[in-house]
Ligand binder design. Sequence first.
Ligand SMILES: [Zn+2]
Length: 238
Amino acid sequence: MNKLNTLWLYHEAVTELDKLESDVRTTPSRVKLTKLHAFLSEQQTQLNALQKQLEAKEATIQRLSAKVAELEKACELEESEFKVIESDEESTAAELTESRSAIESVLKEVAETKRELFDAIAWIEKATADYRELGSKASRAKKEYDALKINCENEQASAKPAIEEAKKKAESLKADVDKALLDKYTFIKTRHALPIAKVANNQCSGCNMSLPTSVVKRVASGEGIVECENRGRILYTD
Ligand SMILES: [Zn+2]
């Protein structure tokens, strides 16, 4: 058996192993699992962002509540001052007017701040409902994810014996391959999934390029390594 025959046998075994491994990675369950995983991460990002917004809004509510309390106190002070001015016979009409407008201005500010406060509270109520809805959606998706994961693990477990077998076969064939040839094969494989190609009808079966007769003859002679000029695949013939 020449060097290329052993490489070809190894190549077939590796290709079979690659296929078995790729099959288990691309089952419908596994594809769905990957999608769900992305969905769950997206949901988590949204939940975290909403959580931060809620915390910020809660801080705003605290600040606004404190401001309302302060303004109400200021209002009481203005009102008691007004009563003093009102009961003082020496007070002028201008003083009374000024005091009354001071009260009105504080009351106006109280009303504005309360409006801001109510808006913030309404926002929080809506955001909390959104958060709950998002959370329950995420938890449903998580349940589905967990079930699918078990499914995928089962698939993997049942594919394992065949994969192990194919691995063993590839390893044992690999031992027979000429070292320099194997290195070349491995290097080409980093660029092409199929690093070796058969010559069929004077064509490279890897890229379907027609090969010059001289090349076909060299491949057939089995002497030395002949590469396809197009993609650099090692050419082989039975
Ligand atoms: Zn080619």
